[in-house]
Write a protein that binds this ligand. Structure first.
Ligand SMILES: *Cc1c(COP(=O)(O)O)cnc(C)c1O
Length: 400
């Protein structure tokens, strides 16, 4: 088919092809670049058609809170890249993750989550869920005995992130998924740091995968977006009613930006990961560095898990500088090329101090429980020439 979306065998395309061609629905104009449809409603040919569409008896759009053509193209493209049956996009990563972990639950249910999580995910589990009568407990993501113990006590949903914020901890997705299946719990994996290019949680046994498209999928720091991926049955039974009525729908313009972003996702992630691997080694060899964390470096405490689950080490590095917060701030303030910013996955290299920014809501004890202290920097490696990045980082480390 000329529109490229119905050609047989697209599920067998390689990731880069899916990212460029997947989900393309051309209009009668034959545009090469995906069209941006800005409309909230849709005209029906007849009252009978309106009724049939609303009842779900006839395919087609009814209202853009339920779905829209540009968002639909993006959903098909992300689902293809992930090898998932279905995808729904939302206004932000947190719109996707909050929906993914709230929609399946009711008062009296119990959730087990890894201690090391993105700050807002932690807030929902620690502060919001208990308000609605959902019991929640955190475990060390690397401690399989703790997972087994807590899941066996009764559990309806598990949330993990791997590699996790901010120290790139690894969780054994396959092992946790086996425990979940035994207990009848839904396993939700936040795969933002790994991207669908480097890690496929559904193939490791996850039930649901969530993304912030704000990060690598846009990858150029422009728009907010989120995505939920799961089986068609679970999507239609659990998430669609929630998403339609609660309304975290993505804006078509943002979906269009991310569609274009995806076309270079593999190129960017592969190049940024290669730079990150090289810069992590440079950082690790510097005398002013107390520790470096990079998923595919042998000194990462969860190297084995990351090596098994990810095809490369990814675009993120964590480093601890000698001299605590003062030295960490000196490092950040001495960077000339790399920006101080709490976003990540961007073509521009970005660094932040998690303890005083992204994780500031946690007490010192809670930070310590995830291995975090005031000496740590989180570094998102971008697309600048690695020679220039290395020079900037070494210069900043020399100043500490
Ligand atoms: C950014 C991020 C989120 C939240 O996504 P938004 O698009 O900012 O709402 C969730 N999880 C991880 C790991 C993230 O990095």
């Amino acid at each position: 088919m000329a529109n490229g979306s119905d050609s047989s065998g697209k599920a067998n395309w390689k990731a880069a092809t899916k990212a460029v061609r997947g989900g393309l629905m051309r209009s009668e104009h034959g545009e090469i670049s995906e069209a941006l449809y800005l409309t909230s409603g849709y005209a029906y040919d007849s009252a009978e058609q309106a009724m049939a569409r609303m009842k779900g008896e006839e395919p087609g759009f009814v209202y853009s809170r339920y779905g829209s053509p540009t968002c639909e193209m993006l959903q098909q493209r992300i689902a293809l890249i992930e090898n998932a049956e279905t995808c729904r996009v939302t206004a932000s990563g947190m719109g996707a993750i909050s929906s993914a972990i709230l929609a399946p639950l009711k008062s009296g249910d119990r959730v087990v989550a890894a201690t090391a999580l993105f700050g807002s995910c932690r807030w929902i589990i620690a502060n919001l869920m208990p308000k609605y009568g959902i019991e929640t407990v955190f475990v060390d993501g690397a401690d399989l005995d703790a997972w087994e113990r807590e899941i066996a006590k009764g559990c309806q949903l598990v949330l993990i992130e791997s590699p996790a914020n901010p120290l790139l901890d690894g969780v054994d997705i396959e092992a946790v998924s086996k425990l979940c299946k035994k207990a009848g719990a839904v396993l939700v994996v936040d795969n933002v740091f790994a991207t669908p290019i480097l890690q496929k949680p559904l193939e490791l046994g996850a039930d649901v995968v969530v993304y912030s498209g704000t990060k690598h999928m846009d990858g150029q720091g422009r728009v907010m977006l989120g995505a939920i991926l799961t089986s068609a049955q679970y999507m239609e039974g659990v998430y669609d009613p929630y998403l339609r009525h609660v309304g975290p729908a993505a804006a078509p313009f943002n979906a269009w930006v991310v569609l274009k972003g995806l076309e270079t996702l593999k190129l960017r992630v592969d190049a940024q990961s290669a730079s990150a691997a090289r810069i992590a080694d440079t950082i690790g060899a510097h005398p002013n560095v107390a520790a470096v964390r990079y998923p595919h470096r042998k000194d990462h405490p969860h190297y084995d898990v990351h090596k098994r689950q990810m095809t490369s080490g990814g675009t993120m590095i964590a480093l601890s500088v000698n001299g605590g917060q003062e030295a960490a701030f000196k490092f950040l303030n001495s960077l000339e090329l790399v920006d101080i910013c709490n976003n990540l996955g961007d073509t521009k290299s970005l660094a932040c101090h998690p303890s005083s920014t992204t994780h500031r809501a946690l007490t010192d004890e809670e930070q310590a429980a995830m291995g975090l202290d005031r000496s740590w920097i989180r570094f998102s490696v971008g697309l600048e020439d690695p020679d220039d990045l290395e020079a900037d980082v070494v210069n900043a480390l020399n100043s500490v």
